[in-house]
Ligand binder design. Structure first.
Ligand code: GTP
Ligand code: MG
Length: 430
């Protein structure tokens, strides 16, 4: 099985809550606030490892979570930072954000890494909140939640030369001739259904990697045939060898085929169409009249295209073609990436509580109406001491910020009616 795509769900660690504590020392009855800060949540990091070949592991396990940070505690001690979770993928894996479709990273080389989900910041401990008028802050900040993200992993083969062309033109035959690869070869269309890679091992030519992909047909860029989904495997090749069948065995016109495929490449991605390309006029052994070949060659030359007359079956012309590839590979610099990377902005990571949905429902009880507020309030409630006025003030400010009071008023709440928020109940006063 050729595994080249997977979708996984990442959750970075939550930041630890800030500590709420006061110094207790002998002979110092009312020590100052000394609650330390919460530890940061662990990141989910994705790292390229050239020893891996497939994304198979990610087809089976889908959910990954990094460790959360520990809470801050007394004595100004900070919570333990959550451990990062490192996921290894083969070199050549591109990482996309599933929701936006944007590329987050392109991990080309061994050891390349990216933070795919950012851990939440730790909350500040109460030691940070004392002011001249508030010497005993009885509250601390909750930690920020870790980023949650669904990402797509996509493995693109890393090859120097990509073989393209219509089905049945002899691409796989060529690969099997010049490398040790043993692709399936047969006289029908779409014999190759997944890409084959091979390293050139032919008469002492310097080794380079060739990717043989399924044949491309008209409409490929719109998803016809198999070609399109495999074009991404040749996105990173430095050059393309475009195969055409000169035998006319299928009643086709070589230069029309050539133009049709290039049109598809162009529709798929202009940059890919701009890659250096040379043409292999294959199955020359089937043409008995040398003049026919010359005519075809001339047609391509008139278009400014470099051609090589070969027979993948008999091996004729392969030397010249391979030497030209070696020469071009030396000259060509690293290809330009085909996509733009998403700029990594810090703001992308923090999940703002203000975005969290809040719902309010009204229940009737013996004592009248109860407004039940639902939402993610756990962290807030954890960080509030309800025996302390300052702390309750902080709690109310947070509820105002998150639009809770506005919502209650919209629903017609009156003074003294009850509000329930998880296990907390209080009377409403405007
Ligand atoms: N006579 C002759 N036959 C060839 C030559 N190259 C390939 N063939 C034959 O053409 C047919 C198709 O060859 P493949 O190598 O499978 O073609 P392909 O381009 O990989 O085809 P798809 O995988 O379907 O895209 C097979 O029957 C090969 O034996 C050649 O140079 N001369
Ligand atoms: Mg093939």
């Amino acid at each position: 099985m050729f595994i080249d795509q997977a979708q996984i769900y990442l959750t970075a660690g939550n930041g630890g809550n800030g500590g709420m504590s006061f110094r207790h020392e002998k002979y110092v009855p009312n020590g100052g606030p000394d609650g330390g800060n919460g530890g940061r949540g662990g990141d989910v990091i994705i790292e390229a490892d050239s020893g891996l070949r497939t994304l198979l592991a990610y087809k089976y396990r889908k959910k990954y979570k990094a460790e959360s940070g520990g809470p801050g505690t007394g004595g100004r001690s900070a919570g333990k930072a959550g451990q990062d979770l490192i996921l290894k993928v083969p070199s050549g894996t591109v990482i996309k954000d599933k929701t936006t479709g944007r590329v987050i990273a392109d991990l080309k080389n061994d050891g390349d890494r990216v933070i795919a989900a950012k851990g939440g910041r730790g909350g500040l401990g109460n030691m940070n909140f004392s002011t001249s008028t508030r010497q005993a802050p009885r509250f601390a900040q909750g930690g920020v939640r870790g980023q949650e993200r669904t990402i797509e992993l996509e493995l693109k083969l890393l090859a120097d030369v990509g073989l393209i062309g219509f089905p049945n033109v002899g691409k796989s035959t060529f690969l099997s001739r010049v490398t040790k690869a043993k692709p399936k070869i047969a006289n029908y269309h779409f014999t190759t259904i997944t890409p084959n890679l091979g390293v050139v091992d032919y008469k002492g030519y310097s080794p380079f990697v060739i990717a043989d992909i399924p044949g491309i047909i008209e409409g490929a860029h719109e998803g016809t045939g198999l070609g399109l989904q495999f074009l991404r495997h040749i996105e990173r090749t430095k050059m393309l060898v475009h195969f055409v069948d000169v035998s006319g065995s299928e009643g086709r016109d070589p230069s029309a085929d050539y133009n049709a495929i290039n049109k598809e490449l162009h529709e798929y991605n202009e940059k890919l169409a701009d890659r250096p390309q040379i043409v292999a006029l294959n199955k020359a052994d089937l043409l008995s009249d040398p003049e026919e070949i010359e005519l075809i060659k001339k047609e391509f030359e008139d278009m400014g295209v470099e051609t090589f007359v070969i027979s993948a079956a008999t091996g004729s012309g392969l030397d010249k073609l391979l030497s030209r590839c070696t020469q071009l590979l030396d000259e060509i610099e690293e290809p330009e990436p085909l996509f733009d990377l998403e700029p990594e902005e810090e703001v992308l990571y923090t999940k703002d509580f203000k975005d969290e949905p809040i719902t309010v429902t009204i229940e009737n009880s013996r004592d009248g109406r109860v407004f039940v507020v639902e939402g993610d309030f756990e962290r807030l409630i954890n960080s509030v001491n309800f025996d302390d006025l300052d702390s309750v003030g902080y709690f109310q400010r947070m509820l105002t910020d998150r639009g809770v009071f506005k919502k209650l008023e919209e629903m017609g709440i009156q003074d003294e009616e009850l509000v329930r928020l998880q296990d907390i109940e209080f009377e409403y006063f405007k």
